[in-house]
Design a protein around this ligand. Structure first.
Ligand code: GLV
Ligand code: GLV
Length: 338
């Protein structure tokens, strides 16, 4: 490496502020299209570059990694990293970093936007006004028009009590909700602080008025929310997913929504993204849809870009990157480009 600046391929345009920081240490190439680089491009860039900045849509599997002889670090621009074969990267001594923390507020706030929109039928109501549906009722107000669900004194069931799940729960307390949660680990400090109750997944399904999902996508969480879970939910309950589409069995959810076995759903993530406009979910009134915008605020996206820069710069300076995912990699290769 000596005498040569490391080269980084950045798979989409980030904020200039962060790019300029990276440019102080690296030669930078940016994929400037709105859509993701095709697989051949990812394979080629991974094989020639010292560092990659990736998004969720960039699939970094073991084939990509095995071809990447000079690659030392993959700096993911997301908190989740289910697009990257972490175990394979570790074996090859490649550092993988992510962007936790900086998108917690944005994602928790979007979760609440979906909870409220689903509970009070905001999207359906907006359509009702615009389409002339309201005019056609010939009345300004009716005791039974657009009835929704109230949140105070209801139960918020949080699946996955990480940073985002905890923040969603904290906001839930402000609405006067009682918190129950399911996770692979218990958090007794959280239980004390928010009078929260830990419970089994299916018990949570039975008691919750709002179920909100905040787990990463892993083999264990794939289709965690299945027909059995949905069948246990209350008829008046809402399901919200701002985590990963594949944590929910879409077919089972469609069936539950069609048959009105739950009240509504709010979805920001899907098994297939982009969700095609003719997908059966789009024909239902009792679901609110968003195009994977959980972290889409200026604050979060800038914070994520700067955290990517922090990780790349620390690695360049032979330091352990601040948000390293595969900590075991340090035993295989020290940080830096030597
Ligand atoms: C987005 O989905 C992320 O993981 O940051
Ligand atoms: C992600 O930031 C999480 O821990 O929920």
């Amino acid at each position: 490496m000596s005498g040569r600046r490391p080269k980084v391929f950045i798979s989409r345009e980030l904020f200039d502020e962060a790019i300029n920081r990276i440019k102080q240490y690296y030669d930078v190439e940016i994929w400037d299209k709105y859509y993701e680089p095709p697989r051949e491009v990812i394979i080629e860039k991974a094989s020639k570059y010292d560092a990659l900045v990736t998004l969720l849509a960039d699939k970094i599997d073991c084939q990509v990694i095995e071809n990447a002889k000079s690659l030392r670090i993959i700096a993911q621009y997301a908190v989740g990293f289910d697009n990257i074969d972490i175990e394979c990267a570790t074996r090859h001594g490649i550092y993988v970093t992510n962007t936790p923390g900086v998108l917690t507020e944005a994602t928790a706030e979007l979760t609440w936007a979906l909870i409220l929109a689903a509970a009070r039928r905001i999207v359906e109501a907006d359509k009702f006004v615009r389409s002339g549906g309201w005019r056609d009722t010939k009345t300004a107000w009716h005791p039974k028009m657009m009835l929704g669900i109230e949140l105070k004194d209801k139960i918020l069931g949080v699946i996955g009590l990480g940073r985002i799940g905890s923040r969603v729960a904290e906001i839930g307390k402000a609405f006067g909700m009682k918190i129950v949660y399911y996770d692979i680990v218990r958090n007794e400090e959280f239980e004390r602080k928010y009078q929260a109750e830990y419970m089994d997944l299916y018990k949570l399904a039975e008691v919750s008025d709002v179920v909100t999902i905040h787990t990463p996508l892993t083999k264990e969480t794939y289709h965690l929310i299945d027909e059995r879970f949905l069948n246990k939910m209350k008829k008046t309950a809402i399901l919200v997913n701002t985590a990963r589409g594949a944590v929910v069995d879409t077919e089972a959810l469609l069936k539950a929504l069609r048959e009105k076995r739950i009240f509504a759903a709010g979805l920001d993530v899907f098994e297939q993204e982009p969700l095609p406009p003719d997908h059966p979910l789009t024909s239902l009134d009792n679901v609110v849809l968003a195009p994977h915008i959980g972290s889409a605020t200026y604050e979060a996206r800038l914070g994520m870009a700067n955290l990517v820069a922090d990780n790349l710069i620390a690695f360049y300076n032979k330091q352990i990157p601040p948000t390293l995912v595969n900590k075991e990699v340090v035993k295989i290769r020290p940080p830096g480009f030597d």
